[in-house]
Structures are given as structure tokens and as C-alpha cells.
Design a protein around this ligand. Structure first.
Ligand code: ZN
Length: 237
């Protein structure tokens, strides 16, 4: 497992000066901690931000001025390791491809209507919280079906009042549990059993799951080509 070294708070960027508790409230992991502990700490802090227990300012949004209908968020100016996207009032709101590219954001808390499955491409984002309005994760030119995320996630969570998505044991599903939308690619487990209710695996849902050696799939579940890595053995049950 990779070890981490850092001298500044990964959330707000203040120098740590040997202290673990930063002025922003983040209880930083010790230098040399492993990546899994690091993401767990960030996840726990992002959970507090998401619940409103920590005062965190929303990111500055760069909008697509040419959008005829609704608002397209085509860029973000995040100010720390956690990004809180509170979109403008005008709906629908879509978050585009690569809005976090080159940023030092680890956790994205996003409440839009449509989220591009490549939103975290070329970024540090490994934790995602879907707000209550998110209804589709896909390519913005194809909203017919859901699509798994392009980067391996460590943690994924959904607002309890979201009518479209649900999370069970860190795996993202549609609300009725008939579709598995995304498996967290950084999960260390070597096996996973897809719930019997699932009829469809979203395109790319397991495409980042390098640790997964065996996947138990319900017999009737439909899977598109390229969704499961060749290194994962599929067992139908
Ligand atoms: Zn800090």
C-alpha cells in the first residue's frame, strides 16, 4: 500500500507544523499513513461538510454562457481538498466532463441534475456525494442510461432524499436496486456479490475495479462489453 507524506493540510492547505488538528477542523492523518486511511479521514470530514456540521463555502462555478436550456457547469474554482458544488437556482444543472481536472480536490459534494460520468477525469477526486437532485450519471450527450465513473472511487454516498439513487455497502445503485451504477474501484475486497434484484450493470460500472478477483452476478443481469475487467472472474448465480 502506498504511503503518504505531506506538510500542509490536505483540506485547506495551511501548513501543519507538526499538529494533527488543523484550524479548518480537519484531523489530519499522520505523515506516512497509507492511502486507505487517508481517504477514510477525508470521507469522514466530507460527511460532516455534507451534513452542514462544518461550515464550508461552495466553489466558484464557471458556467456555459451559451447554454440555451438550464445551466452547464463547465469549470470549477475549488478552494480546498473538499469541493461543495451548490448550483445556481436555474435548473436543470449539468456538471460537465473534467471539471476537477488538475485540482487537488479529493471529495466532491455535488448537487446537480445531471452529472457527467467523466466529471472527475484527471483529478484527485476519489470520494463523491450525490445531492438529492442528481437523477442521471452519464455522458452529457446521452442521458438514456447511467454510466459508471471514469476514476476509481474510494467512497460514494447519496443524500437520503434522492429519489433516483441509493448506496448499499459503498456500491451505487438506482433507487429500486435494479441497476448497479458504480462499484468503488479502490475497494480492497477481492469478491463481490451483486444483489439478486439487479437486472442491469451500468456501462463501465466495474471498469476501475482492479482488486476484484471474483464477481457473482445474477443470471439475468445484462452487462455491456468492457464493463468488467478481464482480470475479474465472473460467476453467474
Ligand atoms: Zn486545514
Amino acid at each position: 500500500m502506498d504511503k503518504l507524506e505531506f506538510t500542509a493540510c490536505p483540506i485547506c492547505g495551511r501548513p501543519l507544523n507538526g499538529q494533527s488538528q488543523c484550524a479548518c477542523g480537519f484531523d489530519s492523518p499522520q505523515p506516512g499513513c497509507d492511502v486507505a486511511d487517508f481517504y477514510l479521514k477525508i470521507y469522514q470530514f466530507a460527511l460532516q461538510v455534507q451534513r452542514g456540521e462544518v461550515n464550508w463555502h461552495p466553489d466558484t462555478i464557471c458556467k456555459d454562457a451559451n447554454a440555451q436550456q438550464g445551466v452547464r457547469i463547465c469549470g470549477l474554482r475549488p478552494h480546498g481538498g473538499i469541493s461543495l458544488v451548490r448550483p445556481p437556482q436555474r435548473r436543470p444543472v449539468a456538471v460537465e466532463y473534467g471539471v476537477y481536472s488538475s485540482s487537488a480536490v479529493y471529495a466532491a459534494i455535488v448537487d446537480c441534475d445531471y452529472l457527467d460520468c467523466f466529471f472527475a477525469d484527471e483529478s484527485s477526486v476519489r470520494i463523491v456525494f450525490l445531492g438529492k437532485n442528481v437523477q442521471k450519471i452519464s455522458r452529457l450527450d446521452d442521458f438514456e442510461t447511467n454510466h459508471g465513473f471514469s476514476v476509481p472511487m474510494a467512497y460514494q454516498d447519496v443524500h437520503k432524499d434522492n429519489p433516483y439513487f441509493a448506496v448499499q455497502a459503498n456500491v451505487l445503485f438506482n433507487k429500486s436496486m435494479t441497476e448497479l451504477v458504480n462499484y468503488p474501484g479502490l475497494c480492497a475486497d477481492s469478491e463481490y456479490r451483486v444483489p439478486k434484484t439487479v437486472k442491469r450493470i451500468a456501462s463501465g460500472a466495474f471498469a476501475t475495479s482492479r482488486n476484484l478477483q471474483r464477481l457473482y452476478l445474477p443470471k439475468a443481469a445484462i452487462v455491456e462489453y468492457g464493463t468488467i475487467l478481464p482480470s475479474t472472474e465472473v460467476i453467474r448465480y
